[in-house]
Design a protein around this ligand. Structure first.
Ligand SMILES: O=C(O)CCC(=O)C(=O)O
Length: 361
């Protein structure tokens, strides 16, 4: 992973991360969040960049305006792999209801949130820090996950009944996100010289997971990350954030689904979330993913280019490789740092053996 600078994206209950009430234990707990020096935030949450493309979707179905918009989206995907969408047509009341319910949920007492404890591979619910077991350093956040598509696989017993009335709001929000993702994928398909449905078709059936992130105020924001630097493996992620700020991105990217399907043309931005002393922050990430058996291979290879991978793999394999690699790199780095040396290259074969135990969501 490179160390180029992160750019901040302009983007809203004080509660502890399950403290034990025992000062000594809480101090120890806090130490488990402290990052190695090279991973610590370089910029605070409220330093914003104007480099990230901002794209209005107003008039996307008008032939002339669509062409200009499409070009902007393509440029943003080629240069950054991330952009801010405005005039997206999603009802502002729905967005504010979704955010208010999320805040209310995270403000509940720990025992109430833990009724939805997601550990042990349950399909949705509440977790502290990360969905990956055995993370070496912890993320300063709480999360709630809804597996929202396919609809017939929803397990409503994992959707909270507190706050009351949240289920129809989550349902409406997830439908709106699905429609927005469709629009964006249509544009990218056209940009690759294919029909509008091509990228969606390659997912076989679009799956969707909503992850609500709650980043409490943090006493040591210069040492700790809300969410460590990573890339999302799936088709497209739609991130709603409040006005606090904390998302930082870089355009180095990594090779994940969209990079492989576009033969390296569209980037997948590395990103992280930083925390701060004064305000808690909420974000809602909607992950649109292919089905596990969807084939990952370039859909279009432009003249003069070679495919960036030799043979097709399934999305499930690509996901497992990526997650296992991320965890193993972090482990090796920690061990190497403790021993005062540089991390050695990792053995993917060995990682395959243990990756299923480590990925619990
Ligand atoms: O909260 C944010 O700004 C980033 C969230 C994110 O990257 C994620 O949930 O994967």
């Amino acid at each position: 992973m490179t160390t180029s600078p992160m750019s901040s994206v302009v983007p809203a209950v004080p509660f502890p991360l399950l403290p034990t009430g025992d000062e000594e234990k809480d101090e120890e707990l806090r130490r488990s969040f402290v990052r190695d020096e090279d991973e610590r935030p370089k910029d605070p949450h409220n330093v914003f960049s104007n480099e990230i493309p901002v794209i209005s979707l107003d008039g996307i179905d008008d032939v002339d305006r669509r062409a200009v918009m499409c070009q902007k989206i393509v440029d943003a995907c080629e240069d950054w792999g991330v952009f801010q969408v405005i005039d997206h047509g999603v009802d502002v009341d729905l967005i504010s209801q979704m955010t208010s319910y999320a805040k209310e949920f995270f403000a509940l007492p720990p025992e109430e949130k833990l009724r939805y404890d997601m550990t042990g591979g349950k399909k949705g619910g509440f977790l502290v820090s990360s969905h990956l077991q055995k993370e070496v350093v912890r993320d300063w956040r709480e999360i709630f996950t809804f597996f929202s598509y396919p609809i017939d696989e929803r397990d409503y017993s994992r959707w909270p009944d507190n706050p009351q009335g949240w289920t129809p709001v989550v349902d409406a929000y997830s439908q709106n996100m699905m429609a927005l993702a469709d629009k964006l994928l249509e544009v990218l398909s056209e940009a690759m010289g294919m029909d509008r449905e091509a990228l969606k078709r390659s997912c076989i059936d679009m799956q969707q997971k909503l992850v609500l992130n709650s980043y409490p105020k943090c006493p040591d924001p210069h040492l700790i990350l809300g969410l460590k630097r990573h890339t999302d493996p799936g088709t497209i992620t739609l991130l709603l954030q409040d006005q606090v700020g904390g998302l930082q991105v870089t355009n180095d990217g990594a090779k994940t689904w969209i990079t492989f399907l576009s033969n390296g043309r569209f980037k997948n931005a590395d990103h992280q979330a930083v925390v701060n002393k004064d305000s808690s922050r909420i974000s809602i990430a909607t992950f649109q993913n292919p089905v596990p058996e969807a084939v990952v291979f370039p859909l279009a290879v432009r003249e003069g280019e070679d495919p960036i991978i030799d043979k097709p793999m399934t999305y499930a394999d690509m996901y497992k490789n990526k997650m296992a690699r991320d965890i193993d790199l972090a482990n090796q780095k920690k061990l190497a740092t403790a021993a005062g040396r540089t991390a050695a290259p990792f053995d993917l074969g060995k990682i395959h053996q243990k990756m299923l135990d480590e990925i619990i969501a």
